[in-house]
Design a protein around this ligand. Structure first.
Ligand SMILES: Cc1ncc(COP(=O)(O)O)c(C=O)c1O
Length: 341
């Protein structure tokens, strides 16, 4: 099966599987697992933060950040289309007892002027604003630059508010911007990034921040049942993700561009090039997506990352140019078949 649904479907490489087999492990709740310690140290170094924490998922990283930065009853500011608001099962309300002040994103960015007014001053009626959450790369496929993040951080610092970055695809953002990771992460107080998306690890994300922040988050991770004991077997492929897979993301971005160009040549497709910054192609189509997906499945191709009227096609480590050509050939055959009816 060639799977275009998401970059989360990547399978660990042979080298990753071997690293899992050979990983040196210990009890991570005692902070005794050398492989996890190595991964956390490398993540902290790459993001320019004092410390890092290996967590089960991007969701856990984001939710631990919210729990650690806020008090119950606080209000946090984030995008209406952010992952934290839309796809994390309402966890922030359940786990941290915070409410959301939502702002509509413009190309992933929360408008600065609106942010200024959204941060509440002191009033007996108001909740305390304690955190702004950004998302870069944004789930809509766009990346924004460090200059904007600097403005947000400066504003937050003036107002005594923290900034957390959901950087599930942080390395895709850095690759697109052609900058070192730290150029992005220096403008936030904490950041989560995922190993299990474009970086092809089977499991895991990292939460990075100051020593005090990570110490507190570590305790919350234990509370949530995320103390994973001999999880060095999961951290070992993470090291390969950080050292090697980060360097190949540009291939995915180029392949996404290739697919977008070819797909847009068909009258039946209308690719949104405005949001083509990373490895995800968003396209409208006059075709019936569900019927197309059923047809493609018979040809051993899976699509199905629908977002409203858009089909999202994700490129990743298990998708070669040949696979993209196969997808295009089958789409062409499907178009011919439907037109002949
Ligand atoms: C932008 C963003 N943030 C967070 C997550 C959550 O990651 P996980 O699925 O590992 O919980 C995702 C997952 O797709 C994501 O796209």
């Amino acid at each position: 099966m060639i799977d275009f649904r998401s970059d989360t479907v990547t399978k660990p490489t042979k080298k990753m599987r071997e690293s899992m087999m050979n990983a040196t492990v210990g009890d991570d709740v005692y902070q005794d697992d050398p492989t996890i310690n190595k991964l956390e140290a490398l993540a902290a170094k790459m993001t320019g933060k004092e410390a890092a924490l290996f967590v089960t998922s991007g969701t856990m990283g984001n939710q631990l950040a919210i729990m650690t930065h806020t008090q119950r009853g606080d209000e946090i500011i984030l995008g209406s289309h952010s992952h934290i608001k839309t796809y994390e099962v309402g966890a922030s309300a359940v786990l941290s007892g915070v409410s959301f002040h939502l702002l509509n994103e413009t190309r992933g960015k929360l408008p600065i002027q609106e942010l200024k007014t959204a941060i509440r001053g002191e009033d007996i009626h108001y909740p305390n604003t304690s955190l702004i959450c950004l998302e870069n790369a944004h789930g809509s496929g766009v990346v924004f630059g460090p200059e904007y993040m600097k403005k947000v951080h400066e504003l937050a610092q003036q107002k005594g508010v923290f900034v957390h970055l959901d950087g599930a695809r942080l390395f895709n953002a850095a690759t697109h911007l052609k900058v070192d990771l730290k150029a992005i992460t220096k403008h936030v107080d904490s950041v989560t990034f995922c190993l299990s998306k474009g970086l092809a690890s089977p499991v895991g994300s990292l939460l990075c921040g100051t020593n005090a922040f990570i110490q507190k988050a570590r305790k919350y991770r234990k509370m949530l049942g995320g103390g994973m004991r001999q999880a060095g077997v999961l951290a070992a492929p993470g090291l390969i993700s950080l050292k090697e897979m980060t360097k190949r993301l540009n291939d995915d971005h180029k392949h996404a561009q290739y697919l977008a160009d070819k797909l847009n040549n068909y009258d039946e497709f209308d690719v949104n090039f405005d949001v083509l910054d990373i490895n995800m192609v968003f396209t409208k189509s006059s075709l019936d997506f569900k019927d197309l997906a059923t047809y493609l499945k018979q040809q051993n191709i899976i699509i199905g990352g629908y977002k409203g009227e858009y089909l999202r096609i994700a490129i990743h480590n298990d998708i070669s140019k040949k696979d993209i050509d196969a997808l295009l050939d089958h789409i062409e055959a499907y178009i011919k078949k439907t037109n002949s009816h």
